[in-house]
Design a protein around this ligand. Structure first.
Ligand code: TRP
Length: 365
């Protein structure tokens, strides 16, 4: 459980590990490259709406890169997490299928990755019970990301799942013994919960030969700079300020056109002084795989209109093959369901084996 005073959000420092903690949220991935088979990656996205450019540059591309290195990949679609800050998970099946579509379109290979929903793996969820006994109520209340989500929630009262979902997330990670978790900075407190749960479990239920049941997972932070939404705030599915991956070209143009800029004609890349303009410059630069300074210089005195034309073109061009593939995959919903079924079957086998180990060290009959 986190003991830092760091608040969540884009400005949170990267290193949230406490003293004496040997794990680090980021690190050289030399070992991943040299020894991919020794690692297992798990990450996921709540099925609450379409993935956007922030997800794409912040994490989807990185997942595909890890997959290409040969690391085994698990993608959880945490449907139970949706009902932490709302009463009902709206259009759950549709959002779940669309997530699978986004994954496959961006290059996740269903023959190599295990894609599954939370709710289809009972043994994963059962791990939550012993795990909850390892954290105090005070620790649950201190989690900065949970605090932030409570502050943004429109619900009249905080439900029990909201307070305990970081422990549930520890079960998502630990059921398959993943050691690498590609996430954004806002998830670092949750990774610390997962490490704490793993460590305390192994301390409380030591095996006779001293080998731990669980790994100590670490976060893999993307080195891509944070993208802002079209209103200059954090790009978020729920804030209506994002550019969805699956948007068509005209919608993309309209969303970019509506993006906030400033009145200065000359375009520069100055993230601290001109966050909105710089964010658009960055977006074009990421799409074109160029330095943002070069992009800004090229537009020069063209003003916001020229900047937005450049961004629209860059985004649409970069995403064209992904969107085409997505549209093709979308015609076969049966295939999407089959991918989920196969993922769930595999995840269940692994979760059953882990739960059997847990029951054994606990002395359950
Ligand atoms: N909490 C994550 C989010 O809101 C989603 C998630 C659920 C997750 N379980 C996970 C991410 C396990 C990484 C690992 O984005």
């Amino acid at each position: 459980m986190t003991t830092t005073t760091t608040t969540a959000g884009p400005d949170a420092p990267a290193d949230l590990t406490g003293p004496g903690d040997s794990t680090r949220p980021t690190g050289p991935d030399d070992d991943i490259r040299e020894n991919p088979a020794a690692h297992r990656v798990l990450t996921g996205d709540r099925p609450t709406g379409p993935l956007h450019l922030g997800h794409y540059f912040g994490s989807l591309r990185n997942r595909v890169r890890l997959q290409r290195l040969g690391v085994e990949m698990f993608l959880v679609i945490p449907d139970y997490q949706v009902i932490t800050d709302r009463d009902v998970a709206d259009r759950l099946a549709e959002h779940t299928e669309n997530l699978v579509l986004d994954y496959l379109a961006t290059g996740i290979d269903p023959d190599r990755a295990t894609v599954f929903t939370h709710s289809s793996v009972p043994a994963l969820n059962q791990l939550l019970l012993p795990f909850l006994s390892l954290v105090s109520v005070a620790e649950l209340h201190r989690n900065p990301t949970v605090k932030d989500e409570i502050a943004h929630s429109s619900q009249a009262s905080v439900n029990g799942l909201m307070l305990t979902y970081p422990v549930h997330q520890a079960a998502d990670i630990l059921f398959c013994k993943a050691d690498l978790v590609p996430v954004g900075k806002d998830q670092l407190p949750h990774l610390e919960v997962a490490r704490t749960v793993a460590r305390r479990f192994d301390e409380r239920y030591p095996r006779p030969d001293g080998t731990p049941v669980f790994p100590r997972p670490r976060a893999l932070l993307s080195d891509a700079p944070l993208l802002l939404g079209t209103d200059g705030g954090k790009m978020s599915k729920s804030r209506g300020n994002s550019i969805p991956l699956a948007a068509d070209e005209d919608t993309t143009a309209r969303l970019v056109k509506g993006a906030k800029t400033d009145t200065e004609r000359r375009i520069t890349y100055d993230p601290a002084g001109r966050p909105e303009v710089s964010n658009l410059v960055l977006l074009a630069a990421l799409c074109q795989d160029r330095a943002p300074e070069t992009v800004a210089e090229e537009i020069g005195d063209g003003g916001s209109a020229a900047l937005k034309r450049t961004v629209t073109e860059a985004v649409n061009e970069h995403l064209r093959p992904i969107r085409a593939r997505r549209a093709e995959l979308a015609t076969d919903r049966g295939h999407l369901r089959a991918v989920l079924r196969a993922g769930s079957e595999r995840a269940n086998g692994i979760a059953d084996a882990t739960l059997a180990e847990v029951r054994e060290v606990m002395g359950s009959l």
